[in-house]
Design a protein around this ligand. Structure first.
Ligand code: FAD
Length: 284
């Protein structure tokens, strides 16, 4: 199923998982999917390590999600370190498994890996996929602006180019202040970006995770959030519960403000996804 059709009738709740590290058997992910599947997500997306830190089992995991669990799957595909030939073989693999949805990404630039130079930006990958198959293409977007972009205006200008190249829906980077999302949504509407945008929500349940996220995504931490985290950082259970409560309050506010959907970064933790889903399921 083309996941962009879901937004015609409802707000969506989707999950993101990542393949296990290359040192861990790929089958370990199925325990996570076993836990997520009773929560009836609209789709599950599977990341793809641009730097090769995971065993790049993205497509085989999507295959199982779709064909064994009967849940729609979205395969992430970052292009910066892939040749056109490799992308073509990944697309063929997806066609064989019946995977219809791709999150087309540039991928983060890793100073230790020489980019392949076949694709510079995600929009080039979107264009390439369009020419080589009948896929629903999704793009990434950044409510606080992409960290490399000189300004949010320039970033939205390039986002419009990416959507015009063929994205029919967007999934946002995580953020902790909903006002950033609302302001971004307004700017995208002014720029003529009319595709559904799912809001990316990450429940933060420990201090190390926050530090990693801030370094990786440059996400701004609102004062309210920092106060909660400082108060509970030495109490793991309280910290977990506070992180879940914060994510739930963000989702309630987003749904009340007419968001197209929520994309939950599950961190492969079904317990946390279950707590959040059950708290908000009547809102969808
Ligand atoms: P692009 O859309 O290409 O944008 C990258 C930068 O280039 C932006 O600053 C943009 O403004 C600028 N730009 C775009 N076009 C032009 C142009 N024509 N001229 C000048 N500048 C331009 N990474 C992974 O490796 N694997 C994953 O599975 C993964 N999943 C993700 C899922 C989500 C929901 C999100 C939000 C991110 C994910 N990422 C993943 C991270 C992503 O790859 C990085 O954020 C990356 O730095 C940018 O990818 P992009 O597809 O948004 O790039």
């Amino acid at each position: 199923m083309n996941t962009s059709k879901l937004f015609e009738t409802k707000s969506t709740l989707s999950f993101e998982v990542f393949p296990p590290k290359s040192t861990t058997p790929v089958e370990s992910i199925y325990k996570t999917i076993d836990g997520l599947s009773p929560l009836n997500p609209d789709f599950i997306s599977v990341t793809y390590g641009a730097g090769g830190s995971t065993n790049n089992a993205t497509i085989s995991i999507c295959d199982v999600i779709k064909n064994k669990y009967g849940i729609e799957a979205v395969a992430h595909l970052p292009c910066i370190n892939l040749t056109k030939e490799k992308v073509l073989s990944e697309l063929e693999e997806m066609k064989k498994c019946g995977i219809e949805n791709i999150l087309a990404l540039r991928g983060d630039i890793n100073p230790d890996i020489e980019p392949k130079n076949d694709f510079k930006y995600a929009s080039e990958l979107v264009d390439f996929i369009k020419q080589h198959g009948d896929f629903n293409i999704i793009g990434a977007c950044y409510p606080e602006g992409h960290p490399e972009a000189p300004s949010i205006v320039e970033d939205i200008h390039h986002l419009k180019e990416k959507v015009d190249a063929g994205c029919s829906q967007l999934i946002s980077q995580l953020f902790f202040d909903n006002e950033d999302f609302y302001s971004f949504r307004e700017k995208t509407a002014i720029a003529g970006i009319n595709v559904p945008i799912e809001a990316g929500i990450m429940p933060v349940t420990n201090r190390k995770q926050i530090e990693r996220m801030v370094t990786l995504c440059h996400a701004k931490l609102p004062k309210k959030f920092v106060t909660i985290m400082e108060k509970y950082e030495d109490n793991p259970v309280a910290m977990r519960d506070a992180g879940i409560a914060y994510a739930v309050s963000q989702i309630v506010d987003l749904i009340a403000n007419g968001v197209n959907g929520i994309h939950l970064y599950t961190m492969n933790n079904p317990y946390i996804a279950e707590r959040i889903s059950s708290a908000v399921k009547s809102l969808f």
